[in-house]
Write a new protein. Structure first.
Length: 346
Protein backbone atom coordinates (compact mmCIF):
# COMPACT_ATOMS: atom_id res chain seq x y z
CA UNK A 1 0.00 0.00 0.00
CA UNK A 2 1.28 3.49 -0.83
CA UNK A 3 2.39 5.57 2.13
CA UNK A 4 1.21 9.10 2.88
CA UNK A 5 3.49 11.42 4.87
CA UNK A 6 1.67 14.21 6.70
CA UNK A 7 3.59 17.33 7.71
CA UNK A 8 1.95 19.38 10.49
CA UNK A 9 3.48 22.86 10.95
CA UNK A 10 2.47 24.23 14.35
CA UNK A 11 2.79 27.66 15.93
CA UNK A 12 0.77 28.29 19.08
CA UNK A 13 -1.88 25.77 18.03
CA UNK A 14 -1.29 23.20 20.78
CA UNK A 15 -4.98 23.23 21.68
CA UNK A 16 -5.83 21.88 18.22
CA UNK A 17 -3.04 19.32 17.86
CA UNK A 18 -4.72 16.26 19.45
CA UNK A 19 -7.77 16.55 17.20
CA UNK A 20 -5.61 17.15 14.13
CA UNK A 21 -3.35 14.15 14.76
CA UNK A 22 -6.26 11.91 15.71
CA UNK A 23 -7.90 12.61 12.34
CA UNK A 24 -4.78 11.16 10.68
CA UNK A 25 -4.04 8.19 12.92
CA UNK A 26 -7.53 7.06 13.92
CA UNK A 27 -9.82 7.93 11.02
CA UNK A 28 -8.06 6.85 7.82
CA UNK A 29 -9.26 3.30 7.44
CA UNK A 30 -5.92 1.53 7.74
CA UNK A 31 -4.03 3.85 5.39
CA UNK A 32 -0.25 3.67 5.75
CA UNK A 33 0.57 7.05 7.29
CA UNK A 34 3.47 8.80 8.96
CA UNK A 35 3.26 12.15 10.77
CA UNK A 36 5.79 14.90 11.46
CA UNK A 37 4.84 17.75 13.79
CA UNK A 38 7.16 20.74 13.43
CA UNK A 39 6.75 23.18 16.29
CA UNK A 40 8.06 26.55 15.15
CA UNK A 41 9.13 27.85 18.60
CA UNK A 42 5.57 28.17 19.88
CA UNK A 43 4.94 30.24 22.99
CA UNK A 44 2.19 27.94 24.24
CA UNK A 45 2.39 24.26 25.21
CA UNK A 46 2.46 23.01 21.60
CA UNK A 47 5.85 21.31 21.93
CA UNK A 48 4.85 19.43 25.08
CA UNK A 49 1.57 18.28 23.52
CA UNK A 50 3.39 17.19 20.36
CA UNK A 51 5.92 15.16 22.35
CA UNK A 52 3.12 13.48 24.28
CA UNK A 53 1.36 12.53 21.04
CA UNK A 54 4.61 11.11 19.65
CA UNK A 55 5.11 9.11 22.81
CA UNK A 56 1.77 7.42 22.31
CA UNK A 57 2.26 6.38 18.67
CA UNK A 58 5.49 5.50 16.89
CA UNK A 59 4.10 6.85 13.61
CA UNK A 60 4.45 10.38 14.98
CA UNK A 61 7.73 12.33 15.00
CA UNK A 62 8.40 15.79 16.39
CA UNK A 63 10.85 18.57 15.55
CA UNK A 64 10.98 21.64 17.80
CA UNK A 65 12.61 24.82 16.51
CA UNK A 66 14.60 26.75 19.14
CA UNK A 67 13.77 29.98 17.29
CA UNK A 68 10.89 30.85 14.99
CA UNK A 69 11.71 30.23 11.33
CA UNK A 70 8.35 31.20 9.82
CA UNK A 71 5.73 29.07 8.14
CA UNK A 72 7.24 28.93 4.64
CA UNK A 73 10.59 27.63 5.90
CA UNK A 74 8.73 25.17 8.13
CA UNK A 75 6.65 23.90 5.19
CA UNK A 76 9.74 23.32 3.10
CA UNK A 77 11.62 21.63 5.92
CA UNK A 78 8.93 19.00 6.35
CA UNK A 79 8.30 18.40 2.67
CA UNK A 80 11.92 18.30 1.50
CA UNK A 81 13.99 17.18 4.47
CA UNK A 82 11.58 14.59 5.88
CA UNK A 83 8.79 13.46 3.51
CA UNK A 84 9.85 10.51 1.36
CA UNK A 85 6.66 8.47 1.11
CA UNK A 86 4.65 8.04 -2.07
CA UNK A 87 2.40 10.99 -1.27
CA UNK A 88 2.51 13.96 1.09
CA UNK A 89 0.08 16.31 2.80
CA UNK A 90 0.67 19.71 4.37
CA UNK A 91 -1.85 19.97 7.21
CA UNK A 92 -1.97 22.98 9.51
CA UNK A 93 -2.28 22.06 13.18
CA UNK A 94 -5.66 23.81 13.43
CA UNK A 95 -7.18 21.80 10.56
CA UNK A 96 -8.02 18.11 10.31
CA UNK A 97 -8.84 15.40 7.79
CA UNK A 98 -12.20 13.76 7.21
CA UNK A 99 -12.59 10.03 7.75
CA UNK A 100 -10.97 7.99 5.00
CA UNK A 101 -9.71 10.99 3.01
CA UNK A 102 -6.14 9.70 2.67
CA UNK A 103 -7.31 6.27 1.53
CA UNK A 104 -9.53 7.85 -1.11
CA UNK A 105 -6.79 10.16 -2.35
CA UNK A 106 -4.06 7.48 -2.35
CA UNK A 107 -6.27 5.05 -4.28
CA UNK A 108 -7.01 7.72 -6.89
CA UNK A 109 -3.32 8.58 -7.26
CA UNK A 110 -2.35 4.90 -7.39
CA UNK A 111 -4.82 4.31 -10.21
CA UNK A 112 -3.69 7.32 -12.25
CA UNK A 113 0.12 7.82 -12.33
CA UNK A 114 -0.35 10.91 -14.50
CA UNK A 115 -1.89 12.78 -11.54
CA UNK A 116 0.43 15.09 -9.64
CA UNK A 117 -2.05 15.95 -6.91
CA UNK A 118 -5.68 15.40 -5.99
CA UNK A 119 -8.06 17.41 -3.87
CA UNK A 120 -11.65 17.46 -2.72
CA UNK A 121 -13.87 19.79 -0.75
CA UNK A 122 -12.75 21.42 2.50
CA UNK A 123 -15.50 21.92 5.07
CA UNK A 124 -15.15 25.15 7.08
CA UNK A 125 -15.20 24.94 10.87
CA UNK A 126 -16.19 28.09 12.74
CA UNK A 127 -15.72 28.92 16.43
CA UNK A 128 -18.70 28.25 18.65
CA UNK A 129 -20.48 26.12 16.07
CA UNK A 130 -20.74 22.33 15.87
CA UNK A 131 -18.64 20.64 13.20
CA UNK A 132 -20.72 19.99 10.07
CA UNK A 133 -21.12 16.35 9.09
CA UNK A 134 -18.63 15.38 6.39
CA UNK A 135 -19.89 13.82 3.15
CA UNK A 136 -17.33 11.07 2.73
CA UNK A 137 -19.11 9.00 0.08
CA UNK A 138 -17.46 9.69 -3.27
CA UNK A 139 -20.03 10.66 -5.89
CA UNK A 140 -17.56 11.11 -8.71
CA UNK A 141 -14.03 12.01 -9.70
CA UNK A 142 -12.59 14.24 -12.40
CA UNK A 143 -9.18 14.49 -14.05
CA UNK A 144 -8.21 17.78 -15.68
CA UNK A 145 -5.18 18.33 -17.92
CA UNK A 146 -2.73 20.37 -15.88
CA UNK A 147 -2.36 23.14 -18.47
CA UNK A 148 -6.16 23.57 -18.66
CA UNK A 149 -6.32 23.75 -14.87
CA UNK A 150 -3.60 26.42 -14.78
CA UNK A 151 -5.46 28.53 -17.34
CA UNK A 152 -8.61 28.22 -15.25
CA UNK A 153 -6.72 29.66 -12.27
CA UNK A 154 -5.66 32.62 -14.41
CA UNK A 155 -9.23 33.20 -15.55
CA UNK A 156 -10.68 33.30 -12.03
CA UNK A 157 -7.61 35.00 -10.48
CA UNK A 158 -7.84 32.92 -7.35
CA UNK A 159 -7.13 29.48 -5.94
CA UNK A 160 -9.88 26.96 -5.34
CA UNK A 161 -8.40 25.13 -2.35
CA UNK A 162 -7.72 25.79 1.31
CA UNK A 163 -4.73 23.37 1.49
CA UNK A 164 -5.60 20.55 3.95
CA UNK A 165 -7.68 18.76 1.31
CA UNK A 166 -4.73 18.36 -1.09
CA UNK A 167 -2.59 15.21 -1.43
CA UNK A 168 0.54 15.57 -3.59
CA UNK A 169 2.76 12.99 -5.26
CA UNK A 170 6.00 13.41 -3.27
CA UNK A 171 8.34 12.87 -6.21
CA UNK A 172 6.65 15.72 -8.08
CA UNK A 173 6.76 17.97 -5.02
CA UNK A 174 10.51 17.44 -4.81
CA UNK A 175 10.86 18.04 -8.55
CA UNK A 176 9.14 21.46 -8.65
CA UNK A 177 10.81 22.87 -5.53
CA UNK A 178 9.59 24.52 -2.36
CA UNK A 179 7.13 27.20 -1.36
CA UNK A 180 8.24 30.74 -2.19
CA UNK A 181 9.12 32.94 0.79
CA UNK A 182 7.93 36.04 -1.05
CA UNK A 183 4.33 34.83 -0.79
CA UNK A 184 3.33 34.65 2.89
CA UNK A 185 -0.37 34.44 2.02
CA UNK A 186 -0.65 32.96 -1.48
CA UNK A 187 2.30 30.59 -1.77
CA UNK A 188 -0.19 27.72 -1.98
CA UNK A 189 -1.92 29.17 -5.07
CA UNK A 190 1.44 29.50 -6.79
CA UNK A 191 2.47 26.00 -5.74
CA UNK A 192 -0.67 24.28 -7.08
CA UNK A 193 -0.15 25.94 -10.45
CA UNK A 194 3.51 24.98 -10.49
CA UNK A 195 2.61 21.34 -9.81
CA UNK A 196 -0.07 21.43 -12.52
CA UNK A 197 2.51 22.53 -15.10
CA UNK A 198 4.08 19.07 -14.80
CA UNK A 199 1.05 16.83 -14.30
CA UNK A 200 -2.68 16.37 -14.50
CA UNK A 201 -4.95 17.34 -11.60
CA UNK A 202 -7.50 15.10 -9.90
CA UNK A 203 -10.67 16.05 -8.03
CA UNK A 204 -12.61 13.82 -5.64
CA UNK A 205 -16.23 14.78 -5.09
CA UNK A 206 -16.26 14.27 -1.34
CA UNK A 207 -15.37 16.23 1.78
CA UNK A 208 -11.66 15.59 2.23
CA UNK A 209 -10.74 17.90 5.12
CA UNK A 210 -11.94 20.43 7.67
CA UNK A 211 -10.56 23.96 7.42
CA UNK A 212 -10.80 25.96 10.64
CA UNK A 213 -11.71 29.63 10.38
CA UNK A 214 -10.84 31.80 13.37
CA UNK A 215 -9.20 35.10 14.23
CA UNK A 216 -5.77 33.48 14.60
CA UNK A 217 -5.68 32.21 11.00
CA UNK A 218 -2.58 33.45 9.19
CA UNK A 219 -4.85 34.48 6.32
CA UNK A 220 -6.72 36.93 8.58
CA UNK A 221 -4.01 39.53 7.99
CA UNK A 222 -4.87 39.47 4.28
CA UNK A 223 -8.65 39.25 4.53
CA UNK A 224 -9.24 42.85 3.40
CA UNK A 225 -9.67 43.30 -0.36
CA UNK A 226 -6.49 45.25 -1.13
CA UNK A 227 -3.93 43.01 0.67
CA UNK A 228 -5.63 39.94 -0.78
CA UNK A 229 -5.51 41.33 -4.31
CA UNK A 230 -1.87 42.36 -3.92
CA UNK A 231 -0.84 38.92 -2.72
CA UNK A 232 -2.78 37.15 -5.47
CA UNK A 233 -1.16 39.36 -8.09
CA UNK A 234 2.26 38.48 -6.68
CA UNK A 235 1.38 34.77 -6.78
CA UNK A 236 0.64 34.88 -10.50
CA UNK A 237 3.65 37.01 -11.34
CA UNK A 238 6.01 34.79 -9.33
CA UNK A 239 4.44 31.70 -10.87
CA UNK A 240 5.21 33.11 -14.33
CA UNK A 241 8.79 33.62 -13.16
CA UNK A 242 9.04 30.01 -11.93
CA UNK A 243 7.27 28.61 -15.01
CA UNK A 244 9.45 30.31 -17.60
CA UNK A 245 9.11 28.73 -21.02
CA UNK A 246 6.92 25.91 -19.68
CA UNK A 247 4.00 28.35 -19.50
CA UNK A 248 2.67 28.29 -23.04
CA UNK A 249 0.99 31.52 -24.14
CA UNK A 250 2.15 33.23 -20.96
CA UNK A 251 1.61 36.77 -22.24
CA UNK A 252 -2.06 36.08 -23.02
CA UNK A 253 -2.62 34.47 -19.62
CA UNK A 254 -0.90 37.36 -17.87
CA UNK A 255 -3.25 39.82 -19.56
CA UNK A 256 -6.25 37.74 -18.54
CA UNK A 257 -5.33 37.59 -14.85
CA UNK A 258 -4.30 41.25 -14.58
CA UNK A 259 -7.54 42.40 -16.17
CA UNK A 260 -9.50 40.11 -13.83
CA UNK A 261 -7.69 41.45 -10.76
CA UNK A 262 -8.30 45.03 -11.87
CA UNK A 263 -11.99 44.25 -12.28
CA UNK A 264 -12.15 42.71 -8.80
CA UNK A 265 -10.46 45.75 -7.27
CA UNK A 266 -12.95 48.11 -8.90
CA UNK A 267 -15.92 46.03 -7.77
CA UNK A 268 -14.50 46.06 -4.22
CA UNK A 269 -14.40 49.87 -4.40
CA UNK A 270 -17.93 49.90 -5.80
CA UNK A 271 -19.23 47.76 -2.93
CA UNK A 272 -17.70 50.23 -0.47
CA UNK A 273 -20.05 52.90 -1.84
CA UNK A 274 -23.02 50.53 -1.82
CA UNK A 275 -22.46 49.62 1.83
CA UNK A 276 -21.54 53.12 3.02
CA UNK A 277 -18.04 52.01 4.04
CA UNK A 278 -15.88 54.36 1.98
CA UNK A 279 -14.38 55.62 5.24
CA UNK A 280 -13.19 52.07 6.04
CA UNK A 281 -12.24 50.75 2.59
CA UNK A 282 -9.20 52.25 0.78
CA UNK A 283 -11.10 53.16 -2.37
CA UNK A 284 -8.37 55.31 -3.90
CA UNK A 285 -5.77 52.59 -3.35
CA UNK A 286 -8.05 49.98 -4.93
CA UNK A 287 -8.50 52.20 -7.98
CA UNK A 288 -4.74 52.80 -8.23
CA UNK A 289 -4.15 49.04 -7.97
CA UNK A 290 -6.69 48.40 -10.75
CA UNK A 291 -5.03 50.83 -13.16
CA UNK A 292 -1.57 49.52 -12.28
CA UNK A 293 -2.77 46.01 -13.14
CA UNK A 294 -4.71 47.02 -16.23
CA UNK A 295 -4.01 50.51 -17.63
CA UNK A 296 -7.19 50.31 -19.74
CA UNK A 297 -9.36 49.83 -16.63
CA UNK A 298 -11.45 52.90 -17.50
CA UNK A 299 -13.08 50.79 -20.20
CA UNK A 300 -14.41 48.20 -17.74
CA UNK A 301 -18.06 48.18 -16.71
CA UNK A 302 -16.94 48.02 -13.08
CA UNK A 303 -15.18 51.37 -13.52
CA UNK A 304 -18.30 52.97 -15.04
CA UNK A 305 -20.37 51.66 -12.13
CA UNK A 306 -17.86 53.08 -9.68
CA UNK A 307 -17.86 56.48 -11.39
CA UNK A 308 -21.66 56.61 -11.13
CA UNK A 309 -21.48 55.94 -7.42
CA UNK A 310 -18.82 58.58 -6.93
CA UNK A 311 -21.13 61.09 -8.56
CA UNK A 312 -24.00 60.08 -6.28
CA UNK A 313 -21.73 60.11 -3.24
CA UNK A 314 -21.12 57.73 -0.33
CA UNK A 315 -23.83 59.26 1.88
CA UNK A 316 -26.73 58.81 -0.51
CA UNK A 317 -25.65 55.65 -2.33
CA UNK A 318 -26.64 53.08 0.34
CA UNK A 319 -30.20 54.42 0.29
CA UNK A 320 -30.45 53.87 -3.46
CA UNK A 321 -29.67 50.15 -3.27
CA UNK A 322 -33.35 49.07 -3.48
CA UNK A 323 -33.51 51.00 -6.79
CA UNK A 324 -30.33 49.49 -8.18
CA UNK A 325 -31.75 46.68 -10.30
CA UNK A 326 -28.42 45.77 -11.85
CA UNK A 327 -26.63 44.97 -8.60
CA UNK A 328 -28.81 42.01 -7.49
CA UNK A 329 -28.77 40.59 -11.02
CA UNK A 330 -24.98 40.78 -11.09
CA UNK A 331 -24.74 39.25 -7.62
CA UNK A 332 -27.09 36.44 -8.63
CA UNK A 333 -25.02 35.67 -11.71
CA UNK A 334 -21.82 35.71 -9.69
CA UNK A 335 -23.44 33.47 -7.07
CA UNK A 336 -24.59 30.93 -9.65
CA UNK A 337 -21.15 30.91 -11.21
CA UNK A 338 -19.52 30.35 -7.83
CA UNK A 339 -21.86 27.50 -6.95
CA UNK A 340 -21.34 25.93 -10.37
CA UNK A 341 -17.55 25.98 -10.14
CA UNK A 342 -17.48 24.93 -6.48
CA UNK A 343 -19.46 21.83 -7.45
CA UNK A 344 -16.82 21.11 -10.06
CA UNK A 345 -13.98 21.88 -7.67
CA UNK A 346 -12.40 24.51 -9.90
Amino acid sequence: MSRVDVVIPCYNYGRFLPECVSSILQEQGGADVRVLIIDDASQDDSAEIAQKLAGGDNRVEVVVHPTNRGHIATFNEGLFEWADGDYCVLLSADDKLTAGSLSRAAAFLDEHPNLGFVYGHAVPIRPGRPHPSARTTVWGTTIWPGRWWVERRFRVADGCMSSPEVVVRTSLQHQVGGYDRRLPHTSDIEMWMRLALYSDVGYIRADQAYYRRHDSNMSSAYAAPLPSLQQRRMAYEIFEEHAGERLADGERLSEIVHKRLANQALWAATRAYDSGRTDQVPVDELIAFAFDCWPAASGLSSYRSLQLRRCVGPTLMPYLQPLNLYAPVRRAKEGMSLVHWRLLGV
